[in-house]
Design a protein around this ligand. Structure first.
Ligand SMILES: [Zn+2]
Length: 117
């Protein structure tokens, strides 16, 4: 099963868009390869027109948690380590707080201008 669109298929999709906003959204998603939620989070200040780059906030962040005492992998809901039994709720909450405050941004450079005529 094909899981991507060819450039001509993207053009057809753009041609069928009911309005400029939808057309731009289709183009941004296809050119930048970002998720819808990431595209919707783009503001004007995220766009550098000189370098033709767009900074995108990662909304889906993988959080790898492990017990500080024995290194066993933990889930977000773990309050106690399933291996050593030590309390880990605090360490899990701290790791989640770090991820929430340091949302990394990645820069995307469009190969072609994204502007829609
Ligand atoms: Zn442990």
């Amino acid at each position: 099963m094909k899981t991507y669109l060819e450039p001509n298929e993207i053009n057809l999709l753009e041609d069928q868009a009911a309005n400029l906003r939808d057309r731009l959204l289709i183009r941004v998603l296809s050119r930048l390869g970002c998720r819808v939620s990431e595209a919707l989070g783009i503001s004007v200040s995220d766009i550098d027109f000189n370098t033709r780059t767009v900074s995108i906030k990662h909304l889906k962040t993988r959080l790898k948690l492990s017990c500080p005492d024995c290194g066993t992998s933990l889930g977000r809901r773990h309050a106690y380590c399933p291996e050593c039994g030590n309390k880990v709720a605090e360490a899990v909450a701290e790791a989640e707080a770090v991820v929430k405050t340091h949302k990394p941004k990645r820069k995307h450079k469009a190969k072609e201008p994204v502007a829609v005529a």
